[in-house]
Ligand binder design. Structure first.
Ligand SMILES: [Zn+2]
Length: 65
């Protein structure tokens, strides 16, 4: 797979970095939903709908701002 051409500023690394999408671990989300008696379900939905970019260097989530 080719590297992403666009870079984002990472506040943790304090420089422009390449990034990737973190795939949602649905098994873990399902487990969390069971543990929290369904309270985690909105978070699971949010994680599934909102694609968060992660820094390739430090794995921190990047903001789109
Ligand atoms: Zn970083």
């Amino acid at each position: 797979m080719k590297e992403n051409k666009t870079t984002y500023y990472c506040s943790t690394c304090q420089k422009q970095v390449t990034w990737h999408y973190e795939p949602v671990n649905h098994l873990k989300q399902a487990l969390l939903s069971v543990i929290t008696v369904g309270l985690w379900l909105p978070m699971w939905l949010g994680l599934t709908l909102v694609k968060v970019k992660y820094c390739d260097k430090c794995q921190s989530p990047l903001s789109d701002d």
